[in-house]
Design a protein around this ligand. Structure first.
Ligand code: G3H
Ligand code: ZN
Length: 288
C-alpha cells in the first residue's frame, strides 16, 4: 500500500505512468476527484494555488484531504504555485505533503536563491515534505482565453534548456522539477493548445534524473500526454478542464431545475461532469 507521496512518485516512475494532480477551490471538485481516484484505486494529488487556498482556507483543505486519506487511500495535498516564502512556511506548518515554490517569473539566479530558501524552511519544518521548483514561464491563469498570454515560453528557443534545468536542480536541491516544454496554463477557446516538445522533455529528463512535473495539462492531446509520460513526466496538473466542467454542469443544473434551491441537488450535474473529466484523465495517465 502506498503511504507517502514519495513512494507514489517512485512507483509512477517505475511503471511509466503519471500521477494526476487536480486543482480545487470547492468541495464538489474535491468530492469528484476523490471518488474517481478511490474507484480506480490510483494515487492522486489535490492542488491549491494561493487564491484557491485563500478561498477554501489553508487549515480547512488540509483537514478535508486528511479526512479522505484516513479512509485509507493515497490522496495527497500540494501547495501549488506558491510565490512567497511566507506562504511556503504557512503550507509546511499546516501539514501539506508538497510545496511548489514558483519562481518562474523571476530572473534565473533570483529563482535559485528563493527556491533554496523555500527548501530550507520546508525541510526544517518537516523533511518528508516534497518540494518542487519551476523554470520557464508558462502563464499564470487556469482559464479559457482567445489567444496565448503574453510572454509564455512556446518557441523552441524560449523553452527550458536542459543545462539550465541541471544547474537549477544541482544548486537548489529540489525534489521535483517543472519545466516549460510547450505547455501553457489554461486553454485556447477556438484552437487546440500548442503541441508539447517531447524531445525537450526527454533531454531534460536525461540531464536531471529527478521526477518531472507537467503543468498546464488542460487542452493537451492524448497522444502528447502518453509521449510526455514516456519521455519522463511523472505528475500532470489539470485545472481549467475541471473549471469548465464545473461551470457548464452548474449552468445545466440551474436550467434543469429552475425551482430548486438545495445546493447539493443543483450541483449534481457539475459533479457528474467533473467526474467524467477526472476519470478520463486518470485512466489516460495511469494507462488503465
Ligand atoms: O497548477 C495548475 C496547472 O498547471 C493547471 O493547468 O489549467 O492548464 O490545466 P491547466
Ligand atoms: Zn501549474
Amino acid at each position: 500500500m502506498i503511504v507517502s507521496l514519495k513512494q507514489a512518485i517512485e512507483k509512477a516512475e517505475k511503471n511509466k505512468v503519471a500521477i494526476g494532480h487536480f486543482n480545487v477551490s470547492n468541495f464538489e471538485q474535491l468530492k469528484a476527484i476523490a471518488n474517481v481516484a478511490q474507484k480506480l484505486n490510483v494515487p492522486v494529488i489535490i492542488g491549491v494555488s494561493e487564491g484557491e487556498r485563500d478561498f477554501i482556507g489553508v487549515r480547512q483543505i488540509v483537514a478535508l484531504v486528511k479526512s479522505f486519506k484516513d479512509e485509507g487511500f493515497a490522496i495527497f495535498l500540494n501547495s501549488d504555485h506558491t510565490h512567497t516564502i511566507e506562504r511556503v512556511r504557512e503550507a509546511a506548518l499546516a501539514g501539506f505533503d508538497a510545496v511548489l515554490f514558483d519562481g518562474a517569473k523571476l530572473p534565473f539566479e533570483e529563482n535559485i536563491k528563493l527556491t533554496k530558501e523555500a527548501i530550507k524552511i520546508v525541510k526544517s519544518i518537516n523533511p518528508e515534505i516534497i518540494i518542487e521548483g519551476e523554470l520557464g514561464y508558462i502563464g499564470g491563469s487556469s482559464m479559457v482565453f482567445k489567444k496565448l498570454p503574453k510572454g509564455v515560453a512556446i518557441n523552441e528557443k524560449d523553452l527550458t534548456k536542459p543545462e539550465d534545468a541541471k544547474k537549477f536542480i544541482e544548486e537548489t536541491g529540489v525534489d521535483l522539477f517543472a519545466p516549460a516544454v510547450g505547455n501553457v496554463h489554461g486553454m485556447l477557446k477556438n484552437a487546440p493548445n500548442p503541441n508539447l516538445n517531447i524531445e525537450r522533455i526527454r533531454e531534460i529528463k536525461k540531464a536531471v534524473k529527478i521526477p518531472l512535473v507537467l503543468h498546464g495539462g488542460s487542452g493537451i492531446s492524448d497522444e502528447d500526454f502518453h509521449a510526455a509520460i514516456d519521455a519522463g513526466i511523472s505528475i500532470i496538473h489539470i485545472s481549467t478542464e475541471l473549471r469548465v466542467a464545473w461551470r457548464k454542469g452548474l449552468e445545466e443544473g440551474f436550467i434543469k431545475h429552475p425551482e430548486e434551491v438545495a445546493p447539493y441537488k443543483l450541483a449534481q450535474v457539475a459533479i457528474q461532469d467533473m467526474t467524467a473529466v477526472v476519470e478520463n484523465r486518470l485512466k489516460l495517465f495511469n494507462r488503465l
